[in-house]
Design a protein around this ligand. Structure first.
Ligand code: IFM
Length: 730
C-alpha cells in the first residue's frame, strides 16, 4: 500500500483558520476535536464533540450537538509576551495533518518582538485505540539564548455553540495535585460529562470563570527543547454511569504521547488495510481527496453505539447543529456497508430504534406508518428548525418547509435497508428490524398518496432539489415510494406474511401509483409543473456554486417558480435506479437537468459524476468528480468553517466505486462495468459482498478480482456472468 496522504497548511491566512480547523479534525467516531491552533485567535472556533451528546437549550426549538469544554488550548508566555502568530514574526510555518493517524502537527520558528527566535512544535491526536483519550505534546526551544516561558493549559468550560451555553458546571477539582477534572451536566438532556486532564510536569492550579488551569514556569536554555505532554479523558453518561470516576480510572492508565500514538496507528492501519481506495492518477490530488474522505467518514461514524447516527458535518463543527439527514443512509452508509457491513447495520438500527418517534410524527401530520424526521438527533424526534435565517430588513423569517414536506427520507431509509440486505444477506436483521422498517415506511406511503383519476399521486412534497418546494409527483419521491412498497411486498412474501390485508393494499398501491414517464422530448418531468416553468441563464450562479448566490437576486418563492435546481434530483433517481430507463434517456436527462442545476448543495456534483460515467461521458464525469473533491479541500473562505460536508465525502467514495469502478447492484446481483478516467492508470479497492472481501484491481485494459476463500461468488463483468472462487482476471 502506498503511504496514506497528508494534508498540509503552509500559509498563515486567518480567512482559512476555521476551514483548516474543520479539515484537520482529529477523531475516532466517539469524539471529534477541531483542528484549532493551541493559542486563541478571534478568527477560530474551537470545538470538541462527543457523538450523541445533544442538548436543547432553553428557548431553542431544536437540539445542538454540544460543543464541549476545551482541552486543546495552550497559552505560551515567552519572555513576558504571549505567543501569537499575529505578533512578532513567524518563519518556517507548516501544519501537517497525517491522515494515516489523524495526528495534527505544527512546526514553526517565531521571532519574538524582542528579536529572539524560538522553535515550536505542537502536536495532538485523538486515539483510535483508546476512544476516550486525547493526547497533546508541545515542545519549545529557544534558538537565541536563555529565555523564560510560562505555559498555561487546562479545561475550559467557556465553550458554547455559537453563543448558546449547554452545560451546567457541577464541579471543578484537582486530585492528588495531578489530575484536573471538570464535571458537567447538559441543561435539558441531562447527560453527565466529565473531562479529566493531566500534564507531564508539576504546575500550579487555579479555577475561575468555568476554567480550570495549570501553569508551568520554565527557564529555557539555548537549543535545549522543553516539552510538555497532556492527556485528557472524555467520558459521558452515554457509556458509563459515573463519568467522573471513569475519567480518573482511565487517566491513571494513560501512556506517553509516543506510545499512545504508536498504538493508535496500529488501529488506524487496520482501518486503512480494509478501506483504502488506491488510485494511480496524473493528479496526486485524487489520492489525497480519497484518503481525506475515508479518514473523515471513519472518524465521523459512531461505530461503538447504535443509539445515534452521523450528523451532516460529522464531528467537525457546529453546522446543521449536528443533525442527521438522509445524508447518512444514501451517501455515508454505503462506505461502511461495502467494507464493514456491521457498521452500516448500526446506522440502520438507529432508525429502527426511533420507529416510535417516526410513527408519532406521521400521526401528528395526519398520516400512518413511520414518517422519519427530516433532521434528527438523539431523541429521534423532528429537529428541523422551523425558520431559516432572519431577513434583517423585513425582520421576517423564512419558514423551513423540509420537516413538513421533504418526505423522500422515508423511502431513502427503506432503500438503505434493502441495500444492506442485498450486500450482507443478514436474515436475522431483515426478518425483524428490516421488515418492520419496510412495513412502517410502506404504510406511510399508502397513507400519504391520494387517489386522483384512478392513480395514486403524491402531492405537496419537496424532492431532493430543495429549490423546488411544495410540488406534486416529484419523480424521485414517487419512484422511491414505489420501490419502498415493492420491496416491502417482496420481504413480506419471503417471510411468510403474504396473506394479510396490508399486503393486498400494498399490491393495489403498486398497481396504481403514478410514475412519471419520459415526455416527447425524452425528459422525465421532475414534478408535475417543473418543465412548464421559465428558464433563466444560470452561468453566473454556477460559477459561484455552493454559495447560494441566486438567493441574493431572487426570493425563494421566485426561485421556486423557475427551472432551477439546487442539487441532483432526477439525476439522483437515475443514480439510485440505474435500470429504470435506457441509456439514451439517462444521457438526455443528465444533460438537461445538469444545465439547470447550480450545484449549490455539496450532495450534487459527485452523483452527477456517477451518472455521467455510466453514459460514457468520461471527461465530464472526471470534471464533476474533481469539483466534488474540491468542495472541502479547496473551499472558498467560509465554505467549510462550520464543518466538512459529510455526505459529499461519502459521495466522493461512491463516485469512485460506483462511478469509475463501475460497481452496480441490480436485482440483488453484483455487476462490475469499470470505466476509468483517462487520468487514471489504476484503481484498487476492496468490496465486501455476501460476507466475502473482494479485492478489485482495475487498469484500462485489465480487471482483477481476488479473494481469500474459495467460496463461490457470482459477479457480472460487462454483462457476462462469472462464478468465481478465489479469483479471476480479464
Ligand atoms: O441533506 C442535505 C440536503 O439534501 C441539502 N441541504 C443540506 C442537507 C444536509 O447536508
Amino acid at each position: 500500500m502506498s503511504r496514506i496522504s497528508v494534508l498540509r497548511e503552509s500559509r498563515i491566512d486567518p480567512h482559512y483558520f476555521d476551514t483548516y480547523a474543520s479539515l484537520m479534525m482529529t477523531g475516532n467516531g466517539y469524539m471529534g476535536i477541531r483542528g484549532g491552533f493551541e493559542e486563541d485567535y478571534p478568527e477560530q472556533t474551537r470545538g470538541m464533540f462527543v457523538a450523541g451528546i445533544y442538548n436543547k437549550a432553553q428557548g431553542q426549538v431544536s437540539s445542538d450537538l454540544v460543543n464541549l469544554p476545551d482541552v486543546t488550548r495552550f497559552e505560551f508566555e515567552i519572555d513576558g509576551v504571549n505567543f501569537s502568530m499575529h505578533r512578532g514574526e513567524v518563519q518556517d510555518f507548516e501544519r501537517v495533518f497525517d491522515l494515516a493517524t489523524g495526528e495534527v502537527c505544527r512546526e514553526l520558528v517565531w521571532q519574538h518582538p524582542n528579536g529572539k527566535r524560538f522553535g515550536l512544535c505542537l502536536k495532538r491526536f485523538v486515539s483510535k485505540k483508546e476512544l476516550h483519550k486525547v493526547y497533546a505534546k508541545v515542545e519549545i526551544t529557544s534558538l537565541s539564548g536563555d529565555a523564560d516561558v510560562r505555559i498555561r493549559t487546562g479545561i475550559d468550560g467557556q465553550q458554547t455553540n455559537f453563543g448558546t451555553q449547554h452545560l451546567v458546571e457541577k464541579s471543578l477539582r484537582v486530585f492528588s495535585e495531578t489530575w484536573m477534572q471538570g464535571d458537567y451536566v447538559t441543561t435539558q438532556s441531562g447527560q453527565d460529562l466529565a473531562v479529566t486532564s493531566m500534564i507531564s510536569a508539576p504546575g500550579s492550579f487555579a479555577a475561575k470563570n468555568r476554567q480550570l488551569l495549570v501553569t508551568v514556569n520554565q527557564k529555557l536554555a539555548e537549543n535545549e527543547p522543553f516539552s510538555l505532554e497532556k492527556v485528557s479523558v472524555i467520558a459521558t453518561s452515554l457509556e458509563t454511569e459515573n463519568p467522573a470516576e471513569f475519567g480518573l480510572g482511565e487517566i491513571r492508565e494513560a501512556k506517553s504521547y509516543d506510545d499512545a500514538l504508536a498504538e493508535s496507528r496500529v488501529s488506524w492501519q487496520k482501518f486503512w488495510q480494509d478501506y483504502r481506495v488506491e488510485v494511480t492518477s496524473e493528479n496526486t490530488f485524487d489520492q489525497l481527496a480519497l484518503d481525506f474522505a475515508a479518514y473523515h467518514l471513519e472518524a465521523m461514524t459512531p461505530a461503538h453505539d447504535e443509539r445515534f447516527s452521523v450528523g451532516a458535518k460529522g464531528l467537525t463543527g457546529e453546522g446543521y447543529k449536528g443533525h442527521v439527514f438522509w445524508d447518512t443512509e444514501i451517501f455515508i452508509a454505503p462506505f461502511h456497508l461495502y467494507n464493514h457491513p456491521e457498521k452500516a447495520r448500526k446506522l440502520l438500527r438507529y432508525r429502527y430504534l426511533h420507529l416510535e418517534q417516526a410513527r408519532a410524527k406521521a400521526v401528528k401530520n395526519g398520516y400512518q406508518g413511520a414518517l422519519f424526521p427530516w433532521e434528527s438527533a438523539f431523541s429521534g424526534e423532528e429537529e428541523t428548525p422551523e425558520f431559516a435565517a432572519i431577513n434583517v430588513r423585513t425582520g421576517k423569517r423564512q419558514k423551513v418547509a423540509s420537516a413538513l414536506a421533504e418526505h423522500h427520507i422515508v423511502a431513502d431509509v427503506a432503500h438503505a435497508v434493502v441495500n444492506y440486505y442485498e450486500a450482507s444477506q443478514d436474515e436475522l436483521f431483515m426478518e425483524h428490524d428490516g421488515l418492520q422498517i419496510l412495513q412502517e415506511t410502506a404504510r406511510f406511503w399508502l397513507s400519504r398518496a391520494v387517489l386522483k383519476q384512478g392513480k395514486y399521486v403524491i402531492l405537496d412534497v419537496i424532492g431532493p432539489d430543495e429549490y423546488t418546494e411544495h410540488v406534486d409527483n416529484n419523480a424521485y419521491t414517487n419512484y422511491l415510494a414505489h420501490e419502498n412498497v415493492y420491496q416491502t411486498l417482496r420481504f413480506m412474501a419471503k417471510y411468510g406474511q403474504k396473506h394479510t390485508a396490508f399486503y393486498d393494499l400494498c399490491e393495489a398501491f403498486l398497481r396504481k401509483i403514478y410514475l412519471p414517464q419520459p415526455n416527447e422530448a425524452k425528459l422525465i418531468p421532475q414534478d408535475d409543473t417543473f418543465l412548464d416553468k421559465p428558464e433563466i441563464d444560470l452561468t453566473g450562479y454556477k460559477e459561484k456554486q455552493g454559495s447560494q448566490a441566486i438567493l441574493l437576486d431572487y426570493s425563494r418563492a421566485e426561485v421556486n417558480e423557475m427551472q432551477i435546481l439546487k442539487q441532483a434530483d432526477v439525476v439522483m433517481l437515475l443514480y439510485l435506479m440505474p435500470n429504470l430507463f435506457a441509456e439514451e434517456i439517462v444521457a438526455r436527462n443528465l444533460d438537461y437537468y445538469e444545465a439547470h442545476t447550480i450545484h449549490d448543495s455539496s450532495l450534487s456534483k459527485a452523483i452527477h459524476a456517477i451518472v455521467a460515467n455510466r453514459v460514457g461521458q468520461s471527461e465530464k464525469a472526471y470534471r464533476f468528480f474533481e469539483e466534488a473533491c474540491r468542495i472541502d479541500l479547496e473551499a472558498a473562505p467560509g465554505g467549510t468553517d462550520e464543518g466538512v460536508h459529510a455526505a459529499s465525502l461519502g459521495a466522493i467514495w461512491l463516485s469512485t466505486i460506483f462511478g469509475f469502478g463501475g460497481i452496480a447492484i441490480s436485482d440483488g446481483e453484483l455487476h462490475l462495468n469499470p470505466r476509468l478516467p483517462a487520468e487514471w492508470k489504476r484503481l484498487a479497492f476492496s468490496f465486501v459482498w455476501h460476507g466475502e472481501r473482494l479485492e478489485i484491481e482495475l487498469e484500462s485494459d485489465k480487471i482483477r478480482v481476488t479473494k481469500e476463500t474459495t467460496a463461490p461468488i457470482q459477479i457480472h463483468i460487462f454483462g457476462e456472468k462469472h462464478c468465481m472462487t478465489t479469483g479471476l482476471e480479464i
